[in-house]
Design a protein around this ligand. Structure first.
Ligand code: HAM
Length: 430
């Protein structure tokens, strides 16, 4: 064997390989999510992983963490055209696609779901990655409070169907632009006397995006927030009606929630209802999913005013929560039931044909014909726990027969080649 060489490549920081055993969990979770979304009337949309930077700047807001520091910019060699970025989230791309493809003329609302990788250049830590995956839904063209409640109930149902318990939903309303403006004035007024003593980051927040002060992790700010004005007291009667309706529908559906007057979410496009859902390990960084209403995003991107609401689940966090809660995740990998083993050129040709025949019959089959000896091939079959081997040696190839070996008890029989398929189907009960 070659001497071990130095190997210094690793997956980029904050990005992970999903290895085969874990990929089985992913496939299961993705299938449940996609099926549940379709069950609720959503159709899949796949948008590019890359969009114009400006799409996110306009949607998420300039003074947000994502825009200020978390975007991956892309430059193609030899191209100095527009600035492209890896998408940090899915909503803006979906809304862009809705406008680009004139979906306004379709029956409203348009209900779309997506599943795929997102990228944020943040400091990696537990359950915070630079490449992560979201499964999300967007209902575009519907302003009713029922839809907000319907989506929260859908999210709740899916997470419970996946076997999770101990979940908490946090919900708040940040109203319409007008009520928010009034509230922000009050908030700034409240913080004015304390401003000079605040940590730099919080002072920056007050200046650029005061609502984000509610998200501050600083104990000093959190203490001050206890007495700070709350947005719910500044909602207009219409805003309040919408919020109350959402809560009433949730009560009716027996979906439990906690009111969190400080929940604002990190993206600027929200109006009215915002919500997050937490697992057992509730903590600021560990929301399993988040979403809300965004009635002005379409306009912000140059389209007609169109109400919309949606949410996205973090797939890594969801799977992590399932493993933490020891939920049994069904295996989704098809494992080989048969290995075709051969020796010599004539036998290999025959074995290749048999393998293709077994695949056609829907029987998962593998081979390792590159290995010279039958013993080496059998050893592999044992290691991989493959229940049956079909062995074709030179003798069998000539005489039109094949050996069927039960790998569990080691019993083997020689059978006529034309009978092997029926026999193996019988043994596997397919
Ligand atoms: P978000 O709260 O930024 O919302 O992300 C949604 C979920 O994605 C989070 O709750 C979390 O589970 C997961 N997530 C976010 N960042 C990371 C990360 N760095 N590492 C691992 N998981 C992460 C949105 O993105 C909105 N587009 C949701 C939405 C859809 N609102 C309306 N429609």
């Amino acid at each position: 064997m070659d001497e071990q060489k130095d190997f210094s490549f690793q997956a980029p920081r904050g990005m992970r390989d999903v290895l085969p055993l874990v990929a089985s969990n992913w496939r299961y979770v993705e299938q449940v999510l996609a099926r549940s979304f379709q069950m609720a009337g959503f159709e899949e949309i796949r948008t590019p992983l890359v969009e114009k930077e400006d799409l996110f700047v306009r949607s998420l807001g300039e003074a947000t963490d994502i825009i200020e520091k978390e975007m991956y910019q892309i430059t193609a060699k030899g191209e100095d055209a527009e600035k492209l970025v890896l998408r940090p989230e899915g909503t803006a791309g979906v809304v862009r696609a809705y406008l680009e493809h004139g979906m306004q003329v379709k029956p409203q609302p348009v209900k779309l779901y997506y599943l795929g990788p997102m990228f944020r250049y943040d400091r990696p830590q537990a359950q915070r990655f630079r490449q992560f995956h979201q499964a999300g839904v967007e209902v575009i063209g519907d302003g009713g409070a029922t839809t907000d409640a319907e989506l929260i109930a859908l999210l709740w149902k899916i997470l419970r169907d996946l076997g999770l318990s101990n979940l908490t939903i946090q919900i708040n309303s940040i109203g319409e632009k007008t009520s928010r403006k009034k509230y922000l004035e009050k908030l700034l007024e409240y913080f004015e006397p304390y401003k000079v003593d605040l940590p730099e980051e919080d002072r920056k927040r007050l200046k650029g995006n005061p609502l984000r002060i509610l998200d501050s992790k600083s104990p000093q700010v959190q203490k001050l927030l206890e007495e700070a004005p709350q947005i719910v007291d500044y909602l207009t009667s219409e805003d309040l009606r919408h919020f109350k309706d959402v809560l009433e529908f949730l009560d009716d559906l027996e979906v439990p929630y906690d009111l969190n007057p400080f929940l604002v979410r990190g993206l600027d496009y929200y109006t009215h209802t915002v919500f997050e859902i937490f697992g057992k390990e509730a903590g600021a960084q560990s929301a399993l999913a988040g979403g809300g209403r965004y009635d002005y995003l379409m306009e912000m991107l140059g389209g007609p005013k169109t109400s919309a609401v949606g949410f996205a689940v973090g797939v890594e966090r969801l799977i992590h929560e399932m493993l933490t809660q020891e939920v049994a995740i069904p295996e989704t990998t098809l494992r080989p039931k048969v290995i075709v083993i051969s020796l010599g050129d004539a036998a290999k040709k025959l074995a290749l044909k048999m393998e293709a025949e077994l695949w056609r019959e829907g029987i998962p089959t593998t081979s390792a014909m590159g290995k010279e000896s039958i013993r080496a091939q059998l050893k592999l079959a044992n290691k991989q726990n493959i229940p049956f081997a079909l062995i074709v040696g030179q003798k069998e190839a000539l005489s039109g027969s094949v050996i069927l070996r039960d790998m569990i008890d080691g019993v083997q029989e020689t059978i006529a080649l034309k009978k092997y398929l029926d026999l193996i189907k019988k043994k596997l009960a397919v």
